[in-house]
Design a binder for this molecule. Structure first.
Ligand code: SPQ
Length: 427
């Protein structure tokens, strides 16, 4: 795909539904009793993988545009699938499903694409084994394909080494299947809390004390109505573009601003961006706001510590934005980037260097010096990673010459309408 260079962005975008929340709404609906109605569901490839896995286990799921209805009959209503569950490119599907499968009475085999086959699963399979699940796979259960024999589980008190919502969620979901025992997960920093919020919407009791979350086993989830907010991780591409591309002004409607996900807003403010946040008065289980951004004089910043889990998926686009900021931007404590769809430290640094950025990789992040004129006129690649693909598409708005993007189809994982939205607001 040839991407045109150097055009300002103006207009309004309705950001599509949040990927993390869409996955969870289908999963929790499938193990709840009664009907769950989901609106503004994200029809991206990852969330469709989740739907396909639950259909294979007998869940009754109907899709009508961005409305999805799920009729569940409790976790015991799921049945043994006749073939492999294919989780595609989705780490969230793979890890959260493992937690649910651990408490079923049947056997399942899980597999995904080439990228999933490289992503570490031991962080989830080890605690699930401690709870009593029988899980095996390549490298002692670290990599797909994985086989799970569900069974009787016991509660554990787990201290996670990483701040990961996928680890926390998998253990909490398994914890629902213990016989009235408590399961606790403690993290080093708070990761996104969509599971905790949504479990409460489905009627479950969840206790949160500082960095520890606990659930009691044997609780029954009740079907719920879930309105999915716009995905702040998708909005981030247009926020960064709006702030750094000359002659830009964008209004992004109904974006989820959950405080465990809104680190990009802190970074924009710290870099001096002109950002207006209009909160919606809502009783919704997840906060929502309209975000208005315009071309700004940006300055370098430091991103580290407990800010990292609040913006982990936004680091590729933040790195691009930092090339347009005066001074040095340092991103540290972000080793987790190495185990995403690609090693996002390497892919970001290598692809941005190709277009003329002054950027270097470190052990736990990267350092970017700005402000740089990006040249373009080269071939770049998503490496099959949706967030790298979108970052490079936004880069083309800043380069002097057009870019040729390989692997643009990866973007369908989280933002299928990305190019039509970009095209519509480009002047
Ligand atoms: O689902 P997947 O492939 O892991 O997706 C990514 C992404 O960029 O969309 C990460 F590669 O988002 C994760 C995120 O990084 C989604 C997620 C969730 O929904 O719980 C949590 C984060 O991962 P982790 O490992 O920190 O729990």
């Amino acid at each position: 795909m040839i991407l045109q260079s150097g055009r300002g962005l103006q207009g309004e975008i309705s950001i599509p539904g949040d990927k993390s929340i869409s996955h969870r709404a289908v999963m929790f609906g499938s193990i709840a009793e009664g009907k769950t109605e989901i609106s503004n569901f994200l029809n991206g490839a990852d969330c469709l993988s989740t739907i396909s896995c639950f259909r294979k286990m007998g869940a009754d799921i109907e899709i009508n545009g961005t409305n999805v209805s799920v009729s569940g009959s409790g976790i015991n209503g799921l049945k043994e699938p006749e073939s492999f569950l294919d989780t595609g490119n989705s780490g969230t599907t793979t890890r959260l499903i493992l937690g649910l499968l651990a408490g079923t009475s049947f056997h399942t085999c899980l597999t995904g694409d080439e990228s999933i086959a490289k992503r570490p699963m031991k962080r989830v399979t080890e605690p699930l084994k401690q709870m009593g699940a029988a899980i095996d796979g390549r490298a002692g259960g670290n990599f797909t394909p994985l086989s799970v024999r569900g069974g009787t589980l016991k509660g554990i008190d787990f201290e996670s080494k990483v701040a990961s919502a996928q680890v926390k969620s998998a253990i909490l979901l398994a914890g629902l299947s213990t016989d009235g025992e408590w399961t606790k997960v403690t993290e080093p920093h708070k990761s996104r809390d969509h599971t905790e919020r949504m479990l409460k919407s489905f009627g479950a009791e969840v206790i949160e004390e500082g960095l520890t979350v606990s659930v009691k086993g044997g609780q029954t989830l009740k079907g719920a109505n879930i309105e999915v907010p716009g995905d702040i991780s998708s909005a981030a591409f247009f926020l960064a573009a709006g702030a750094s591309v000359p002659d830009s002004r964008l209004l992004l409607k109904r974006v989820g601003t959950n405080p465990t996900r809104d680190g990009i807003l802190d970074v924009l403010k710290n870099m001096g961006a002109s950002l207006k946040v209009t909160e919606h008065k809502t009783d919704s289980y997840e906060p929502i706001a309209d975000l208005e951004i315009e071309t700004s004089r940006l300055k370098g910043t430091v991103i580290e510590g407990n800010l990292i889990p609040k913006l982990i998926d936004e680091i590729p686009i933040i790195a691009l934005m930092a090339t347009q900021a005066e001074g040095k931007t340092v991103i540290k404590d972000a080793e987790e980037l190495k185990v995403k769809e690609t090693n996002r430290i390497d892919t970001v640094v290598n692809e941005l260097k190709k277009i003329g950025a002054d950027i270097e990789a470190t052990d736990d992040g990267m350092i970017i010096h700005g402000k740089t004129k990006l040249k373009g006129g080269v071939k770049v690649s998503s490496h099959g990673d949706h967030r790298i693909g979108m970052m490079l598409a936004i880069a083309s708005c800043l380069t002097e010459n057009p870019l040729e993007l390989e692997g643009s189809e990866a973007i369908n994982v989280s933002y299928p309408g990305f190019f039509s939205d970009l095209d519509r607001v480009q002047q």
